[in-house]
Each structure stands twice: as structure tokens, then as C-alpha cells.
Design a protein around this ligand. Sequence first.
Ligand code: G6Q
Length: 548
Amino acid sequence: MTRPIHRQAWKSLERHASMMRKVRMRDLFNNDPQRFERFSLQVGELFLDYSKNIMIDKTMSKLMDLARASKVEEWRAKMFAGEKINFTENRAVLHVALRNRANTPIYVDGEDVMPKVNAVLERMRRFSEAVREGQWLGYTGKRITDVVNLGVGGSDLGPKMVCEALASYARSDLRAHFVSNVAPSDIVSTLKKVDPETTLFIVASKTFTTQETLANAHTAKRWFLEHAKDEAHVSRHFVAVSTNAEAVRAFGIDTENMFEFWDWVGGRYSLWSAIGLSIAVHVGFEHFEQLLSGAHAMDQHFLHAPLEQNMPVILAMLGIWYANFFGAESYAVLPYGTRLRSLPAYLQQADMESNGKSVDRDSQWVDYNTGPILWGGHGTNGQHAFFELLHQGTRLVPCDFIAAANTHNPAGHQHAILLSHMLAQTRALMLGRTLAEVELEMREQGVDEATIRRLAPHKVIPGNKPSNVILMRDHTPFSLGMLIALYEHKIFVQGIVWRINSFDQWGVELGKQMASSILSRLLADEPVSEYDSSTNNLIRVIKGMMHP
Ligand code: G6Q
């Protein structure tokens, strides 16, 4: 075993970083008119400009050396071949099979998974078309007008983000709602908006044991039966997406109305599976298929492009550059446009649940940083909120700006205004404003010297803050599929370099177990003494505050 920090390539990057930390990007741009040409890349519908990073050719070649030494290419081949690279759960990692539009065989335990992938897709097509075309009717014979996805985490964030992002493709008479939180306001406020005669509930849970989702599903079913009065009507209004047929049956959903997926689909990688049913119903199956096709196009690029021209690999290695050699603790995802407002939350799970790990492939604690904190928000709103820290804070926060060149909702020059702000931000982050520039400007405005001395330092913007810009021509299902797959593969590459398992989530499991024990104590009358004193007393205080 070679720990990443003992690799030659890593040590060489450390030496190189000590020199690069003194380099200013504004000088790199001034000295090299070709910089944009060399550090930008078009792949299908996506364009990446990564020239505003603190790097030179030598940096990129050393980062690629590290990727090669980490055997990224070999691990990539293993993932696509269905090998069980989720080694703590002994599972294959095959979200790429779900969107394998070429339909080439992919084997898990000697079985080609493509026939069953295609069979579920066909069921999704038939079902979503039946709902959309008014053949699938509610218990009083009315068309379905509202679809409520009941799921949490990976069974919520992906479909929710995609339905919002593709809202322009949705029919106005078929609304999608997402209820995820067990906090009762979520389900109660949604039920107030919908009609039991025309609402379809999709209970989306891989395990079908997730307490929050089942609680919401039971509440929805109770509400439905208060109106419909007859259990027999449940089958017209509740369908399930799960890997657990037995639990689906136990809940009272006919397995005829269950859409299956498999243990080799991780929750946070599952929007391409039947978990995407709400997407297919809301925006139409043909658009869901285009989403899959976009992701497949990115898969093919990731699989075949040399590392130096491989978009996910470039983003991944730049991320490692800042996380491990510049001490960056976080990075920000900044989509420009309202439709992608949930992308940061979606990617937060994808990245942090995948690479927020501390034990490596040899079951050893790591002695280097792994996944960074991902955060962000959509522009321009973020500019009026947290961008100040990006510009003048003490921390280095690399940023990804994301935008489409065109909008589905033109309104005068508004889209151009939006894009101009994005370009201004990425430029301002890189360039900053020096003390000399500030002083000059103030002098030109006739400000007196004493005031200049006092105020000028506050107006200095350090600059030299790295950012990538990812552009798509149009905001289509295909380009969105490419974009999501780009980040999935970026996360994969980083996990390989850090030698961690990006595909389990034992931290999530621990909290789930503890909550079920605490619930029983919260509902019981006796005093609680079995936990730590903080938990015992918080239970006591909460019980004291609860209305009888
Ligand atoms: C995803 C995680 C987690 C999961 C939810 C919901 O990778 O495992 O976010 O998706 O806990 O799980 P179920 O789909 O089993 O309800």
C-alpha cells in the first residue's frame, strides 16, 4: 500500500505548491495570452474554463501524475465493469448502468444487469405516460394533477433538484411536490395543497425502512383513507420505488405498483433509477431519457478521454490541489439562475456523503484531508449575501460558477444581466483590487490623504481566488445529465486519490439507530438515565416543554 502523501507525485506537488503559493493569477494572465485556450475544454454540451486557477502547465502535469500513480484509470475501469468497489458493503457501483444508452452488457456476479435496467425503464415509461395522458385515473375517475414524492436524502434531493431544474419541460396541470422531512409541517402543508382524488404518492425509499419516509407515507395514507374510505383505492394513489418488496407489501402497496432498483445503486446516485419516477411523470419520459443520455455522454467521455483532457479528472485534481496543498477547507458551487437553486444542496450530499471519510482502503486512519465542505447557493442572490467572505474573508474558497447561455424564460436583457454578474464575480475573485489601485481611485475622487490612509485597506480585495466556469448552451435535460455526471465522476476520482470508500455512509446509519432508541424514551413516562447526562436532561427538558 502507498499512502497518497508518500507518493512521489504528492511530494513533488508539495514542493511545487510552495512556489505556486506566491504566484498571482493576474500575472499569469498578463504573461500568457494563450492561457484561456490552454486551460479550457468543450465536452459535448458542456464548456469548462479552468484558466482562473492558481496553476501552470507544470501543475496540471504533476496533478495528472498523481492521478496516474493513484491508478484512477484502473479504478475507473473497475467501476464500469461492475466490480465490487464499494468494499465495505461488498457491492458494485453501477449508476452508469442505469444510463447505459449503448446497452452494452454490464455484469454483476456473472449476470448482465442491462435487461432488468431496461425492463424497469419500460415500466417507468408506460406508467408515466399513463399518468400524463390521463389513462391512470384516481379513485373517482379524475386525472392525476399532483405527484407527491415521499423520500429523503438520496431518494429526494436528486429528483427534487431535477424537477426544479427542468420546470420548463413540465406541464402546468401536473405538479410535483417533494416531502422529505419528518417534521410534520412538511407533509401537513403539502396535503393542504392537494386533492385526494387527483393526487399520486410515490413512496421512494431504497430500503423502505427509513423512519422519516415511512412516517410521512403513513400520514399520507391516513389522510387519503379519511377521504377515500376504502383500502382498495390505495392502489390508484400510492406507488413505491424500492429494493425491498417485502416491506413495500407490508406497508400496503401492491408490488404490482412497485418500481424496482438494486443494491448496486447508491442512494445519492439513484436519480437515474426508478427513484427518478417523479421526474418522468413531471417532465415526461422522453425528457427523463434525454437526462440519461446526457449522463451517458459524460460517462463515455470520462471513460475514454485521456486524463489531461478529461473534464471530471481536471475538476477533481484541481479540487485536490486546493484541499491538500493550499489548505482549502471548503468549496462553493454557484449556479447562476433560479432553476438550479437546489444544485448546491444536491451536490452537498453527493460530495460530502461520498468523500467525508477518514479511513482508507487498508482500514487505516488517514493523515491528510479528504472531502472538503461543499456549500453554495444560486446567483445573483448569493452576491448579496455570502460573497463578501469569498472576496475579503481570511479563507480560501475555490468556486464553481455554472450557467446556461440561454434561458427558457426570456425577459428583455435580464439573462444577459445575470451572466454579466457571473462573469464579473469570477473576474473580481481572480483580479481583486490592490492598495495602489484603491488609493489611485480615491485620489481621483478627490478624497483627502488621511481618509485614504484610514479607508483604503478596507477597500482592498486580495484577489487570486480560484474559480471554474462551467457553461452550457441551453438548459436542457441532456446538458443537465452531463453536468450531474460530471460531478459524480469528479467525486469518484477524488475518492480514489484519497483511497477512501466513496460509496458507503456508516455515519448516516449511526444516527438512524440512535434516533429509534431515543424516540421510545421520549414517548415514555419514566425518567431517562441510560444516556449521557446531556441527552438524559435534554429529554427531560423537552418532555417538560411538550403540551400534554
Ligand atoms: C444516500 C444515503 C441516504 C439515503 C436516505 C434514504 O446515499 O444513503 O441519503 O438515500 O437515507 O434512504 P432510503 O432510500 O433507503 O429511504
